[in-house]
Ligand binder design. Structure first.
Ligand code: P6P
Length: 336
């Protein structure tokens, strides 16, 4: 296959390229540069002894891993200089980051989790950067207000993730399908390796942390139990896979199909995952790849965030598998 870079793919291989304006490709360029920088730091982590926590706790109440902190600072530093953004929200930052007048600005809003799955860093398991790109509402100017950022996921103009694993991959959608690019460290370019990624309509894998089953409600118990007993399309049993790193679990689901579930439970009534920097970008990708993403009762992309770090239950992956869960939840809703 000819070597197709991200920029070339955007400019030449996407039917209409509404976002291939200089600003958007510039935004992506800086996002990709951040990813390459983070990738290099991660690959050296064990050697430079920057593993382990900083002893600080972030807004989510989680121990901040040094690489979390470094990835967060790399993203903020790089992206506020991209010239394409007016505001940013990081999973590691309690409040909105407005791009100051000292920097050139644009109308895009970037929401990101700089290093998701960071609790796995010490055991060398894949981690990832997840990003979501919105446009500032038309006709607004001056300081960006929070209500301009709190948009439902269906408004996203682009979303994706960078997966730091055996190879570093960028998976991206600008609304015209999902495309995967693999980093060639020799030249430092992400090259098109997975054009037009699509999720199989039904899968053979279910992914959930069953250790929490004692905290689940009846609908969740029944939904997960369905995958214990149902048959795959070729009459077999579903396999259980749970990496515990959202980007790794989602990436497998995107390629192999099946369902990833992070339900609400008695300890986390809204679930653990964040709507804006985790569920919404992955839901955008899932739908662009022919899959579905739901909180069990409604489409993730239709949920209006009430605050930057609001959380949501997440059921995402193959259309048929997510619909199985939604049907079970709907029946329980009716009985309630
Ligand atoms: P649990 C990692 O901290 C994370 O946010 C996701 O990457 C991952 O899917 C999830 O939490 C794992 O959570 O409760 O199963 O350990």
């Amino acid at each position: 296959m000819a070597e197709v870079t991200v920029t070339e793919h955007l400019l030449f291989h996407q039917k209409q390229t509404p976002h291939a304006t200089g600003k958007f490709t510039g935004l992506l360029y800086d996002l990709i540069l951040s990813g390459k920088t983070i990738s290099r730091r991660i690959n050296k982590a064990g050697l430079l002894d920057i593993l382990g926590g900083t002893g600080e706790v972030n807004v989510q109440g989680e121990n901040v891993q040094k690489l979390d902190d470094i990835a967060n600072r790399i993203m903020i530093y790089r992206m506020e200089r991209s010239g394409a953004i007016c505001a940013m929200s990081s999973e590691e930052e309690a409040s909105l980051i407005r791009v100051g007048p000292e920097f050139p600005r644009g109308d895009y809003i970037l929401i990101f989790d700089p290093l998701d799955g960071s609790s796995n860093i010490d055991v060398n398991v894949n981690v990832g950067t997840i990003f979501s790109i919105h446009r500032r509402p038309e006709g607004r100017s001056g300081e960006v207000t929070l209500d301009e950022v709190l948009q439902p996921g269906r408004n996203q103009v682009a979303a994706g993730y960078i997966l730091y694993g055996p190879s570093t991959m960028l998976v991206l959608s600008t609304g015209q399908g999902v495309h995967g690019f693999t980093l060639d460290p020799g030249v430092g370019e992400f090259l098109l390796s997975h054009p037009d990624m699509t999720i199989p309509e039904q899968g053979k894998i279910y992914s959930v942390n069953e250790g929490y089953s004692r905290y689940w409600d009846a609908a969740t118990e029944e939904a997960v139990d369905w995958f214990h007993h149902c048959e795959t399309k070729d009459g077999g049993a579903y396999s259980a896979r749970y990496v515990g790193s959202l980007v790794a679990d989602f990436h497998r689901t995107l390629i192999y199909g099946g369902i990833y579930m992070y339900p609400a439970d008695t300890r986390k009534p809204k679930g653990k995952l964040r709507l804006m920097c985790e569920a919404s970008p992955l839901a955008f990708l899932a739908e662009q790849a022919g899959g579905k993403a739901s909180n069990g009762r409604e489409r993730i992309l239709d949920i209006y965030p009430d605050k930057l770090h609001c959380r949501t239950p997440l059921f995402i992956g193959s259309k048929k598998d997510v619909e199985t869960v939604e049907n079970i939840f709907a029946r329980h809703n009716k009985q309630a």
